[in-house]
Design a protein around this ligand. Structure first.
Ligand code: ADP
Length: 241
């Protein structure tokens, strides 16, 4: 379980990006951070793996304050997937997956087999393995990004708009396969999107952010739709209160 306990972030220029967040991301579930742009979703996500440090409050993973942990070690147990997969352009697809820290150093044949298994798992084919990132579609690139994050077998995954750069049909396919994969793996996932439909489709729980880095509501998708806590959430989910 990941706990946000009175978490705030003020950047050095005085911007209050996140204001007193209190909620819990349940273990083995997908929690979606959704809301318009600029309301603190990415900042909140990056505080989980200490890419950004909070200026108030604490984030705990299974009761341990993340700021008390070694940042490099922490990041080994937390996968990170971003909008453009950030693949190494001069490495093939399979090399991109094989060169994550915990596969380096293992027997090359074995790490290649593990990487191939992951590529198949995210819906790619063996024929993709020796291509270079530039030869892939946006959707395929994102799949490689997910495979690479999974290679470390982290219990926690942070995903920041992973499907936003692909067209709607490909995106719908990626979402469905992501849910299938999560059904098998049961990772603890924090998933950022500005798309409420994506949040409703993917989230076990949804944290709705609003301007000023406030949490407007934290609830299951069904609860959000049936019982929006305020006008902001009602507008955002497109329902009357
Ligand atoms: P979102 O992910 O919801 O689009 P962000 O977390 O990226 O929002 O940003 C929240 C607020 O913090 C915005 O007003 C943004 O401009 C500001 N912000 C983000 N990073 C920095 C930074 N390094 N320095 C100053 N302000 C920042």
């Amino acid at each position: 379980m990941i706990t946000f306990d009175k978490v705030s972030k003020t950047f050095p220029d005085g911007t209050l990006a996140v204001d007193n967040l209190n909620f819990e991301l349940p273990t083995g579930k997908i929690t979606v951070f959704v809301g318009p742009s600029g309301c603190g979703k990415t900042t909140s996500l990056r505080m989980i793996n200490r890419m950004i440090e909070p200026t108030g409050g604490r984030i705990m993973i299974d009761g341990q304050d993340v700021t008390q942990q070694d940042a490099a070690l922490l990041r080994r147990s937390i996968g990170y997937v971003i909008q453009h997969a950030g693949l190494f352009p001069h490495r093939t697809v399979i090399e991109n997956v094989m060169t994550v820290p915990n596969l380096i150093g293992t027997d090359k044949k074995k790490s290649r087999a593990t990487a191939m298994e992951l590529l198949l798992r995210v819906g790619l084919t063996e024929s993709m393995a020796d291509k270079y990132p530039v030869q892939l579609s946006g959707g395929q690139e994102q799949r490689v990004g997910v495979a690479r994050a999974l290679a470390a077998d982290p219990p926690v995954m942070l995903m920041d708009e992973p499907f936003s750069a692909v067209d709607p049909i490909v995106r719908a396919g990626l979402q469905t396969e992501f849910l299938r994969l999560q059904g098998e793996l049961g990772k603890t996932i924090a998933f950022v999107t500005h798309d409420i439909d994506e949040a409703i489709k993917l989230g076990d729980m949804v944290a709705v952010f609003k301007e000023g880095g406030h949490l407007a509501q934290y609830a299951s998708p069904q609860e959000l739709l049936e019982n929006p806590a305020n006008d902001f959430v009602a507008d955002f989910v497109g329902r009357d209160r």
